[in-house]
Design a protein around this ligand. Structure first.
Ligand code: ZN
Length: 414
């Protein structure tokens, strides 16, 4: 799949050996995000059945800042992502609205591209929809089956060998990264698994948490031929493991996503990745965004869409500022006055860089780089820029450097 077009990223001056971002990963430890000279990033993509809400945008902007910091540090960056264009929520929505699932996915993916383009998000280098990777996923699932790491469960409603599940008991590291760190007990894991697309009560499974790798064809559902498996479609978690390996090779420096993906999605996809020989070094998760008292969710209907705010006249740069005013790992609640404040901040910044001279900007650049290197501390970066705008000086190059700084590191054009 061809991603949206890339915004240009200006190059900032400075020392060649700049600090590489450290991220606090799911285990709670602060880790080097890349070991250089290259860096690989996998960010879980959208399920294209509804528009981009602010929770999605906050996640993609967080990892966009990581990419920009990596580029600024001189790293060779490879970024892969997926589009889950074959999955139950999308198929359910297509059925409910009488739309072909392919048309729904194409329409919502195009809308997502428009939102990401408006927000100056750098597109992934490898961008694959599930519908484009079925043969690769089927090959991996068949190999896991042949190796005894997966098993088939006959289904009551269809003939044939049935669905394929991963046998998690064969992965001793399962649960070691997230579940133990998060203190999730077995009952909580089962509840989350059921809530987030899993099927703990499916009869015939060896363990309730074993995840679906391949769903055999059901009437009315999309399906592809896969010799060893029979016709069907991929499960959710395995697609990310396969696409990450295809795009990034054996080492994924950072796997990112919203924190609601920690379990089961990242725990399961990391387990599959281990079986494929992929190492995920750092797991980083963005906090959850609430509105009107609750986490934004489709089921609750309290979504604030990027495209709605833009259509109502929001400046995309102000929207970025509103989201970067929160630390990416924090949970926070959107209120309309935050966008008003972000527009005011943007106006102050634009007035400051329109001055013929200002206070020197090199110290500001060093401060912003240090803030971003410290677990992507965008609120600290914004505060440092605020302080610069309030100082006077005679440096005629400073306004231009600050303009380049906000563009290069945060995708904000002043
Ligand atoms: Zn994923």
């Amino acid at each position: 799949m061809i991603a949206w077009s890339a915004p240009s990223v200006p190059v900032l001056p400075g020392p060649a050996d700049r600090a590489v971002v450290r991220l606090r990963d799911a285990s709670g430890l602060l880790k080097e995000s890349a070991e250089g000279p290259s860096a690989t990033l996998y960010v879980c993509g959208i399920t294209p059945y509804d528009s981009t809400h602010l929770g999605h945008a906050a996640t993609y902007l967080a990892f966009d800042v990581l990419r920009r910091a990596w580029l600024d540090a001189g790293l060779q960056v490879q970024h892969a992502s997926n589009v889950t264009d074959v999955d139950d929520p999308l198929l359910d929505r297509a059925t409910a609205t009488g739309v072909d699932w392919r048309d729904l996915a194409a329409d919502q993916t195009a809308r997502f591209f428009q939102d990401m383009t408006a927000l100056q998000v750098l597109p992934p280098d490898t961008y694959l929809a599930v519908s484009e990777t079925v043969p690769q996923v089927a090959e991996v699932v068949a190999a896991l089956l042949a190796a005894g790491a997966a098993y088939q469960v006959p289904a009551d409603d269809i003939a044939g060998p049935g669905d394929v599940y991963a046998d998690l008991s064969l992965d001793p590291a399962f649960g070691s990264v997230f579940c133990s760190a998060a203190g999730l007990d077995d009952a909580t894991m089962r509840a989350l698994f059921a809530e987030r697309g899993g099927d703990p009560d499916r009869p015939g499974k060896r363990h309730p948490l074993d995840p679906l790798l391949w769903r055999a064809e059901r009437p009315g559902e999309p399906a592809w031929d896969a010799a060893a498996l029979g016709r069907g479609r991929p499960g959710w978690h395995v697609e990310c493991a396969v696409i990450a390996a295809a795009g990034l090779g054996p080492v994924v420096d950072v796997q990112g996503g919203g924190r609601d993906l920690v379990f089961p999605h990242h725990e399961m996809s990391t387990s599959h990745a281990r079986l494929l020989g992929t190492t995920v070094r750092v797991q980083a998760h963005a906090g959850l965004v609430a509105y009107a008292g609750h986490k934004m969710s489709k089921s609750r209907g309290n979504l604030v869409f990027v495209r709605t705010l833009l259509a109502d006249g929001a400046d995309p740069a102000a929207l970025r500022l509103a989201l970067h005013a929160h630390h990416y790992r924090a949970d926070w609640e959107w209120t309309d006055d935050q966008l008003v404040a972000a527009h005011q901040r943007l106006a102050r910044w634009r007035a400051a860089v329109a001055r013929p001279s200002a206070a020197p900007a090199e110290p500001l650049l060093a401060t912003v780089r240090a803030a971003l290197a410290d677990d992507l501390d965008t609120p600290a970066a914004l505060a440092a820029i605020d302080a610069w705008t309030q100082a006077d000086g005679t440096d005629q190059t400073a306004p231009g450097l600050v303009r380049t700084l906000t563009d290069a590191l945060m995708g904000i054009e002043l």
